[in-house]
Ligand binder design. Structure first.
Ligand code: PSU
Ligand code: MN
Length: 305
C-alpha cells in the first residue's frame, strides 16, 4: 500500500479493505477506448454487479480531475463512457502530467495495477492485456502492461491476449520478466475471442483457491511483480478462429496503410476488428469480461481468507 495525497479510495472500497474483505479492481480504458457507448457503460455497471453477486466489492479505477480514484460512482462511469476517446488513455508514462494538470484519464492495465497496489487491492479483472505487437522486432511496440506485470504486485485476470499481438513474443517477454502465466482450467494460452492459440502456458490451475495460494506464496516470498491469469472465453460465446483472424489481419493492414502508431495502435485495431465483424466480436468481448469478473471475485474471496 502507498497511500499518497493524490489517491481517493471510495468509502465502499475503503470499508471493504479495512475489514479485510475481498475487493476486485477494474480498468477504465476498456470503458473509454475499448467499447462504444452505451454498451461500455452498461458492461462496466454489469461487471460491478457480478462482482458483488460473487461476494466481493468492485473498485473501478480511473483518474478524475487529476485524482487517482479507486472506486467510481455511477456518474463517473457514465462520464468516462460518454466522453470515450476524448478522455486521455493513461498508461504509466501519462500519470505525472495528467495528475499535475488535474485532467481526466482512463487507466490501462498498467495504470490500473499501479493505483490498485497503492490502494492495497490485489486482484484485478479485465478483458485483454496489451503485449508485444506483431512486427515489434522493427517498431519496438511493446505495451507498458508487460513491464507493469514485472514490477507491480497485482494479479491480473484476463481472457489472454488478442492476436492483434504476437502471442509467442508476448509469452517470451513475460518469461524474461519473471511473470507467471497461468491458464485457468487450460494448458493453452487463450486468444481472447477463442479458447486456444496454439501456445502453452506455464501452469494450469483449476480453482480460485489455488490461484490465491500461488499469488500468496509470491507475496510472502517478497517476489516483485504480478501474476497473469488467462481465463478462456466460455465455449458458447467463442468465435470462429478463421473469421476473427481474417478481421484482425485486415485491421492490421489498414493500420499500416494509415500509419497508425504509438498509443493509438491498440484502440484503432480493437475498433476496426469490431467494425469488420459487425459487432459479433463486441458481444463476445462483453461475455468474456463477465466471466473474468466472476473468477476474480472468487479468487479475491479466497485470498482474503
Ligand atoms: N486489449 C484489449 N482490450 C483493451 C485493451 C487491450 O483486448 O481494452 C486496452 C487495455 O486498457 C490495455 C491497453 O491495458 O489497451 C493496452 O494499450 P497499449 O497496447 O497501448 O499499451
Ligand atoms: Mn504500444
Amino acid at each position: 500500500m502507498n497511500l499518497n495525497k493524490y489517491l481517493d479510495i471510495s468509502p465502499e472500497v475503503k470499508a471493504a479493505l479495512d475489514a479485510g474483505k475481498p475487493v476486485v479492481a477494474l480498468e477504465s480504458t476498456i470503458i473509454s477506448h475499448g467499447m462504444p457507448y452505451p454498451q461500455n457503460v452498461e458492461t462496466a455497471l454489469n461487471v460491478e454487479k457480478i462482482i458483488r453477486e460473487n461476494g466481493a466489492t468492485p473498485a473501478t479505477i480511473a483518474i478524475i480531475g487529476g485524482r487517482l480514484k479507486a472506486g467510481l460512482s455511477r456518474d463517473e462511469i457514465e462520464h468516462l463512457g460518454k466522453k470515450g476517446y476524448e478522455v486521455t488513455k493513461a498508461s504509466r508514462r501519462d500519470l505525472p502530467v495528467i495528475v499535475a494538470r488535474g485532467m481526466d484519464g482512463a487507466t490501462t492495465v498498467a495504470t490500473t495495477m499501479i493505483i490498485a497496489e497503492m490502494a492495497g487491492i490485489r486482484v484485478f479483472a479485465t478483458g485483454g492485456i496489451g503485449g508485444v505487437h506483431r512486427g515489434a522486432e522493427v517498431t519496438m511496440d511493446i505495451s507498458a502492461d508487460l513491464e507493469e506485470l514485472a514490477q507491480t504486485g497485482v494479479m491480473v485476470i484476463c481472457a489472454g491476449a488478442k492476436s492483434i499481438l504476437d502471442l509467442g513474443l508476448t509469452l517470451e517477454y513475460l518469461e524474461t520478466k519473471g511473470v507467471p502465466v497461468i491458464g485457468y482450467g487450460t494448458d493453452e494460452l487463450p486468444a481472447f475471442y477463442t479458447r486456444k492459440s496454439g501456445f502453452g502456458v506455464d501452469y494450469r490451475i483449476d480453482t480460485p483457491e489455488e490461484l490465491a495460494a500461488a499469488f500468496q506464496a509470491k507475496l510472502d516470498m517478497g517476489l516483485r511483480g504480478g501474476m497473469l491469469v488467462t481465463n478462456p472465453i466460455p465455449e458458447e460465446y467463442s468465435m470462429d478462429p478463421d473469421v476473427i483472424n481474417k478481421a484482425i489481419d485486415e485491421a492490421i493492414e489498414e493500420s499500416k496503410r494509415l500509419g497508425i502508431h504509438g498509443k493509438q495502435t491498440t484502440p484503432f485495431l480493437l475498433a476496426k476488428v469490431k467494425d469488420i465483424t459487425g459487432g459479433d466480436s463486441l458481444a463476445s468481448n462483453i461475455r468474456l469480461v463477465y466471466n473474468n469478473a466472476q473468477l476474480a471475485a472468487k479468487t479475491a474471496a479466497a485470498l482474503a481468507k
